[in-house]
Design a binder for this molecule. Structure first.
Ligand code: FMN
Length: 418
């Protein structure tokens, strides 16, 4: 099966290079394989890694993404029976969660697969990015795998069904007595909106009453000008408006607001941001570090690397861990951080935690490894926490952040010349 997986990936890559991926026969074959795999999985262990995931990777990236959401929506993946160890239980902005591993934004953009994702064993689920009005996003193709790099480039451009259908789904979830999962809503702006601030305010007013947390996403590289909202003055204006909108909510006026940052920020940008988010009027309750990067460094798949968009996955791991440590240091560990970027094991998750993250999220590795990854990450993380002598994940947060900080100029200058 390992060979099959390599062969399938090779065929996929070659086909992608020659632009033949959308042939109906491959789609049909992939879909059939998915159905067979999902059905068979109920009777056979580890079938996802060896069969279903390689089959899914034969499909164009966006098609397989849609299939995966669809399978979660219909709860075709078997529910995880892994009992989260007590040392993973933690508080998440006032709610108790059984583990600190969440699914990052961008997988379930429209809130269709919440319970299916919960089944996989995630401790919290972030849906979105949701824009106020529906929009189609960028023309296809807009998602690309870099299999050799265990990475993805996407330029979806906030394809969203818009706030209303997503709100209906969330309300429906909230009415269920047997589901009490933690759900965050990641908010974005419509491409054509003149005043971006209005869109985030609308997002807060719409989703504040039903969400466990909200995310102000100003870090996607695929909407022109969006990342400029991270600049000091514009961020201040935006967060003040967001906080005012939250204060005006009659239901859930203390819903936590988190800010999701780009990994491409310089140290001075980060200082400016900390300056803003520690002011009373523009404060945030947490940070998500980080979104995808526009940089392309040390990639194997140089032909796909030229695609425009945000890069995620393994190549992002080191930079995002460093940035977690930087934000942890700049905020004196006072603002909870969700660490995200290139996590594909419990070791990677632990790295983010000891750098200063209270929680972690995963996306790209799930595409390559399948849903079994969630249990694996939790199991390894739990063992590591115990091995390092901590009783609980909370005690490990920031325990080694200094090791991940980039060298200061003075440290660099004191190095002997090579
Ligand atoms: C296909 C794809 C779509 C994404 N869409 C969004 C999005 O809509 N909103 C957002 O805040 N982040 C989005 N992200 C970024 C992820 O939430 C995450 O920050 C990033 O991928 C780094 O984590 P990873 O390396 O584990 O994938 C997307 C990522 C991918 C791969």
């Amino acid at each position: 099966m390992g060979r099959f997986s390599e062969y399938a990936s090779m065929v996929m890559d070659k086909a992608q290079k020659f632009g033949r991926l959308r042939s109906l026969s491959i789609v049909t074959a992939g879909a059939t394989a998915l159905f067979m795999g999902v059905t068979a999985y109920h009777n056979q262990d580890n079938l996802f890694g060896t069969f279903v995931m390689p089959a899914l990777r034969c499909l164009p990236a966006e098609t397989s993404h849609n299939f995966a959401v669809w399978a979660c929506k219909h709860r075709l993946y078997p529910a995880s029976e892994y009992p989260d160890d007590l040392n993973l239980h933690t508080k998440f902005f006032g709610r108790l969660i059984s583990n600190p591993v969440g699914i990052a934004a961008g997988f379930d953009k429209n809130g269709e697969a919440i319970e299916g994702l919960h089944d996989l064993g995630f401790g919290f689920i972030e849906i979105g990015t949701v824009t106020p009005a529906p929009q189609a996003g960028n023309p296809k193709p807009r998602v690309f795998r870099l299999s050799d790099d265990r990475a993805i480039i996407n330029r979806y451009g906030f394809n969203s069904e818009g706030a209303q259908p997503v709100l209906q789904r969330l309300r429906h979830e909230r009415q269920k007595e047997d589901f009490n999962g933690v759900i965050g809503v990641n908010l974005g702006r419509n491409r054509r909106t003149r005043n971006a601030v209005d869109d985030y305010v609308l997002g807060v007013q719409t989703f504040g009453p039903v969400a466990d947390y909200l995310v102000v996403n100003v870090s996607s590289p695929n909407t022109r000008g969006l990342r400029d909202l991270q600049s000091k003055q514009r961020l201040q204006e935006l967060l003040e408006a967001v906080n005012n909108a939250r204060a005006g909510l009659t239901e859930n006026p203390n819903v936590p607001v988190l800010l999701k940052l780009s990994p491409d920020l310089e140290l001075q940008d980060m200082r400016d941001i900390v300056n803003v988010i520690t002011k009373k009027k523009s404060r945030v309750d947490g940070l998500i570090v980080a979104n995808t990067t526009v940089t392309r460094e040390n990639l194997q798949d140089t032909s796909t690397a030229v695609q425009g968009g945000g890069l995620s996955g393994k190549p992002l791991r080191k930079r995002t861990t460093q940035m977690v440590a930087q934000m942890y240091a700049l905020t004196n560990g006072r603002i909870p951080i969700i660490g995200v970027g290139g996590i594909s094991s419990g070791y990677d998750a632990y790295e983010k935690i000891e750098a200063g993250a209270s929680y972690v999220q995963i996306y790209t590795a799930l595409v390559y490894e399948g849903p079994e990854l969630v249990e694996r990450v939790k199991e390894q993380l739990s063992i590591l926490i115990a091995e390092k002598g901590f009783d609980n994940v909370q005690d490990a947060v920031g325990s080694n952040y200094r090791d991940y900080l980039p060298p200061t100029r003075a440290e660099q200058n004191s190095k002997p010349a090579q």
